[in-house]
Design a binder for this molecule. Structure first.
Ligand code: GMT
Length: 376
């Protein structure tokens, strides 16, 4: 099948999922065309089955805001026509579902009927899409997609709660390539560069937005390091990084906390981590938690949104109410201070991640595409 995937190319979870899906589909013989404004960060391999089409928005003095949706929908029309694309798969409703719908309509004028699948990822529904500025357009583009998926049951419920949706929403969870982590391929894990043998390594990875509650991460770590020797790795970039850095200085724990910025080596960092913290305000799925779990890193998270569908309480880690820093600190200490318990949770975290193996999930998308083509 020839599929065009529209996604954000940056470090966000939706872009990562879209890119990994495209790569997996190409390995299964499909031809995948990525259409976005920059080469997606995880799109390292270009092959005859993978193409990248850059969307350019020329500057013009009249434009206060660059009309990206217009450029994207025009690009989609050209890519569909020039490469014989059979299906559009747009990730993140804003503005991709809207632009995809416009492309679909323009193509219809030329006698080309192309089905569009929209995958909802989280903030496009819970934080941004729900805003009155966007809500009518988001509702319209979801209702006018041929098929709609969400990455968790919780996100499906939120979508039905916040929007007037007439469409069926199919839940297809995010996934991970378990085989990639089968053997400890990272012999160069180099834990010793980061911490001494008697220190535990705690990690947080995010885009450092308010919703991630990075101050809670620092506060939890502050409590943990009072009880045992530990270091905190803060990975990612975003507006809340300065806030977290200030708190670290105020608490005088600079020598134990490392801010690593955006990294292409997340696998390597997780490889030597003992515990992962994700105390988010809301999280439709929590791909970062799954990426930790597959590397046998237990997770302390909030119990919000789709997180309980990923992090199994008392098994792969612990979940607490949003903002319950004391509870999260106690759970973190209870895992880290007891080596047997840590080993047990590490094994269990990996076990819980296996349910989301890529080989279980990608065929669900293929089936959905077939359904879309039949109904088109
Ligand atoms: O976490 C973010 O703010 C980025 C956002 C995105 O679109 O990249 O992440 C959302 O989609 C991910 C992939 O499906 C999910 O794993 C994240 O939980 C979700 N983020 C939120 O719901 C806050």
């Amino acid at each position: 099948m020839k599929i065009a995937i529209v996604c954000y190319p940056t470090f966000g979870g939706s872009g990562v999922v879209a890119t990994e899906l495209g790569l997996a589909l190409s390995r299964r013989g499909h031809e995948v065309h990525f259409v976005t404004y920059k080469q997606p960060v995880r799109l390292e391999t270009i092959s005859s089955h993978i193409r990248f089409h850059e969307v350019n928005v020329p500057e013009y003095p009249l434009f206060h805001y660059q009309p990206y949706e217009l450029a994207l929908s025009s690009k989609l029309v050209n890519v569909v026509k020039n490469y014989g694309i059979e299906l559009l798969h747009v990730h993140y409703a804003i503005p991709h579902a809207y632009a995809g719908y416009m492309a679909k309509k323009m193509l219809e004028e030329e006698g080309i009927n192309i089905p569009m699948v929209t995958t909802l990822h989280g903030t496009d529904i819970t934080l941004v899409g729900n805003h009155p500025f966007y809500k009518p357009a988001v509702t319209f583009s979801i209702n006018n997609s041929d098929l709609v998926t969400s990455v968790s049951d919780s996100l499906k419920e939120d979508t039905l709660k916040f929007f007037d949706i007439r469409k069926e929403i199919e839940v297809i969870p995010n996934f991970i390539d378990v085989s990639k982590f089968e053997k400890k391929a990272f012999t160069d894990c180099q834990r010793e560069l980061m911490a001494h043998d008697d220190e535990k390594i705690i990690t947080h990875v995010s885009n450092f937005r308010k919703v991630k509650r990075v101050e809670d991460v620092v506060k939890i770590f502050f409590e943990v390091q009072k009880n045992l020797k530990a270091r905190l790795m803060m990975v990612g970039e975003g507006p809340e990084r300065v806030v977290a850095e200030k708190l670290v200085r105020d608490l005088k724990i600079q020598d134990r906390v490392l801010f690593l910025g955006q990294s292409n080596e997340i696998d390597k960092i997780l490889c030597f981590s003992d515990l992962f913290l994700l105390p988010s305000e809301t999280e439709s799925f929590g791909l970062a938690a799954l990426e930790a779990m597959v590397q046998s890193v237990p997770v302390i998270s909030s119990n919000t949104g789709g997180l309980p569908e990923v992090n199994v309480g008392g098994f792969s880690g612990y979940l607490h109410d949003v903002g319950d820093v004391d509870g999260m600190s106690r759970s973190a200490i209870s895992i880290l201070e007891n080596q047997d318990k840590l080993m047990k949770f590490k094994k269990q975290a990996r076990e819980a991640a296996e349910k989301f193996d890529i080989n279980n999930i990608v065929p669900m998308y293929e089936e959905l595409y077939q359904k879309a083509l039949i109904n088109a």
